[in-house]
Design a protein around this ligand. Structure first.
Ligand SMILES: [Zn+2]
Length: 273
């Protein structure tokens, strides 16, 4: 996809099951950086579409999602892969239950994107429209080099998909945490002592109910915007909010209290000229 020279609209589709993110604040934050862009906050795309869909169309969407589900970390999901009995019904029930606590199912990000793209309004397909869909499920991309799935926080495309559980699960925690956890197993610590250990590392990673997810979500939406403008969502600058964080500490540092590097801040400013 060739880059857009301006962004007229950013449409953000909320995830009703994620209560930690203040979506109004996310939209307002994007509006501050892009005052000439209309930022709209919308109802959840898939769930909203389902409300007016025929039973047949609803089942077709559920089938696409069931096909997008990653069944094995070391085998890529494909359209047409065998769906087990009950999985289509399960997907339908999951979408219909907006209070559901189920999260962390891993979907192939590109198959999920394809399923969502079909639901976008045709009149808003132009490059100047950025659509960002929040999901509480995990999205992953297949890595050709090491032949396995990697969970992602954001996968940029049309639409871009942003995973709230991905923010918690995808970037790794501090090496010390894993080392300590392994040692606690080796030492045969009691449950209580293991809990104490987990608590001592609690601040170094995002949680599903973490208020820091709002700032994090804002920076990740800007990655989707940057992707549309330049074809590249990420920045090499470790202090820029567009930095592609592989560690929780990097994600938290860049997204909470961080800013954009001079190059990107100037790029956003030029859009307003
Ligand atoms: Zn930057």
């Amino acid at each position: 996809m060739s880059p857009a020279d301006h962004i007229a609209n950013v449409h953000i589709y909320r995830e009703p099951r994620c209560r930690a993110i203040d979506f109004e604040a996310v939209a307002a934050g994007i509006g501050e950086w892009l005052p000439r862009t209309a930022v709209t906050l919308r109802a959840p795309l898939l769930e909203g579409w389902l409300e007016n869909a025929s039973a047949e169309d609803a089942e077709a969407l559920a089938m696409r999602l069931a096909e997008a589900k990653v069944r094995s970390f070391d085998r890529p999901a494909r359209t047409g892969q065998r769906v087990l009995p009950g999985e289509v019904g399960y997907e339908l029930r999951r979408l219909q239950n907006r209070d559901g606590e189920v999260y962390g199912i891993l979907y192939d990000a590109w198959l999920f994107t394809d399923a969502a793209r079909m639901l976008l309004p045709a009149a808003e397909a132009r490059l100047e429209n950025v659509h960002v869909i929040f999901t509480n499920q995990l999205i992953g991309t297949w890595d050709l080099a090491d032949r396995r799935y990697h969970a992602r926080t954001v996968v940029c495309g049309a639409p871009s998909i942003l995973s709230t559980s991905g923010m918690v699960e995808a970037p790794a925690r501090a090496p010390g945490y894993y080392l300590a956890r392994r040692s606690s197993e080796a030492l045969g610590l009691q449950e209580e002592e293991k809990m104490e250990l987990a608590r001592s590392y609690a601040g170094d990673c995002l949680r599903l109910d973490d208020p820091r997810l709002t700032d994090t979500a804002q920076g990740l939406v800007m990655q989707a915007v940057t992707y549309r403008l330049t074809g590249e969502p990420f920045c090499d600058d470790r202090d820029c909010r567009l930095f592609n964080a592989h560690w929780q500490s990097d994600l938290i540092r860049t997204q909470t209290g961080g800013g954009y590097c001079t190059r990107h801040a100037e790029m956003f400013a030029r859009l307003q000229a």
